[in-house]
Design a protein. Structure first.
Length: 406
């Protein structure tokens, strides 16, 4: 695709990167076939190819409009188009750059600005979420069922004491640390059984994805630098890996090296950190003695593969292979490549489209009548759980429960 950068962008490194991405597009349109918003809305401008044309027009000097802003907002950033694309177009990267340009030019209505400001200044901070969770637990009888279903277990999960010479860090994150602390505790228990101690870094926190994908890129990079600073002493001590149990967070940290490549203070450290990041399924796939986590009873599992796991991290099928290896029966899931509608803050900002996608996903997951629905990302977990008729858990909890029963 031909593109000539407008003069105001010619010395802009991010715009140059965007131009290179756009030039790799071959106009084929295969991406639209796997784009959730195109399937729902049927509008070319709400598919990847249409959004590429809109971002191209911005880089060529066209003024940003509310119309363009709306079409870019409606993208889930699921990256399903990247999996489909025969030319390797890095659409997720392009979309972030396009949104950043639009955000600087188009002033949103005050309600939108307030909501986005609230999300960025509340969600990434566990200390700000926790008091509201405690209050919700206290008054739960008066709360909607969907809210109550998202509350964490009343008791804090117990982590095994660090007793092994092999050590790995874990990303605590923000929402998951408060609303589903049992997930990382389960990962710690499983790794402990395999001779590895999983350690949190007290000063680490939100990965920065929420702010970055909402157009506040500088805020997102501040979170990234804070995490790098928190992890670096452990990196210097020879930590084996930085483990993530939320694929959305894992994808963001995996891209720190790319996002900070022009930062003289953090470029090298970010590259090292990104190379150390591993989803928990990658860690376990390379370890022996997994048979100790075989299920104690026959269970049929419908696995919801998050977009960030299969399209972002390119780990499609890895969790399923691991579960089958351990003896779990996997239920077939139609259209497993499609997004559930969570997509970070998307389910709040674009709730109607998200709800339609969730209805389709739940129908697909429950079509074979599984005993459980398992997932690998906190956003999917929290979004599916209130409406599913089957229990929804993180798949690592299955392994931890098998170990407990054994």
């Amino acid at each position: 695709m031909y593109l000539e950068l407008a003069s105001k962008f010619k010395n802009h490194p991010q715009a140059y990167d965007a131009a290179q991405i756009i030039r790799s597009c071959v106009h084929c349109g295969f991406c639209n076939a796997t784009c959730p918003t195109f399937r729902v809305l049927g509008d070319e401008l709400d598919g990847p190819r249409g959004r590429i044309y809109q971002i191209k027009s911005l880089l060529e000097g066209q003024k940003a409009t509310v119309h363009i802003q709306n079409h870019l907002d409606r993208c889930l950033t699921c990256r399903g188009c990247e999996t489909t694309c025969p030319a390797g177009v890095r659409f997720g990267r392009l979309l972030d750059l396009g949104r950043h340009i639009v955000e600087a030019q188009v002033k949103r209505p005050w309600r939108q600005r307030l909501l986005r400001w609230g999300l960025r200044h509340f969600v990434p901070y566990p200390g700000r979420i926790a008091p509201w969770v405690r209050l919700a637990r206290f008054v739960r009888l008066g709360l909607p069922k969907a809210w109550v279903s998202r509350l964490p277990p009343p008791n804090q999960p117990i982590w095994p004491a660090p007793a092994h010479s092999r050590r790995m860090l874990v990303l605590d994150g923000c929402v998951q640390a408060v609303l589903a602390p049992q997930i990382n505790a389960a990962a710690a228990k499983v790794l402990d059984g395999l001779g590895i101690s999983l350690l949190p870094a007290p000063k680490a926190g939100c990965c920065g994805a929420l702010s970055y994908h909402l157009g506040a890129q500088e805020d997102g990079l501040i979170f990234a630098k804070r995490n790098i600073d928190a992890w670096w002493p452990y990196v210097e001590q020879g930590i084996e890996a930085i483990v993530t149990t939320a694929s959305g967070c894992g994808l963001m940290v995996k891209e720190y090296g790319q996002l900070l490549t022009d930062d003289p203070r953090y470029a090298e450290k970010a590259s090292v950190v990104s190379a150390l990041v591993k989803d928990i399924c990658e860690v376990l796939a390379g370890l022996p003695k997994l048979e100790q986590f075989r299920p104690q009873q026959s269970l049929k599992i419908a696995f919801q593969s998050p977009c960030t796991l299969q399209h972002g991290l390119r780990l499609a099928g890895r969790v399923e292979e691991l579960l089958q290896r351990l003896g779990y029966e996997l239920a077939p899931v139609p259209d497993a490549h499609l997004c559930c509608g969570s997509a970070g803050a998307y389910s709040i900002l674009e709730s109607k489209i998200a709800a339609e996608l969730r209805r389709a996903k739940i129908a697909a997951l429950e079509s074979s009548h599984p005993d459980l629905i398992a997932t690998a990302n906190i956003g999917c977990f929290l979004y599916l759980k209130p409406v599913a008729t089957r229990p929804v858990i993180h798949w690592i909890e299955l392994l931890a429960a098998g170990k407990a029963a054994g």
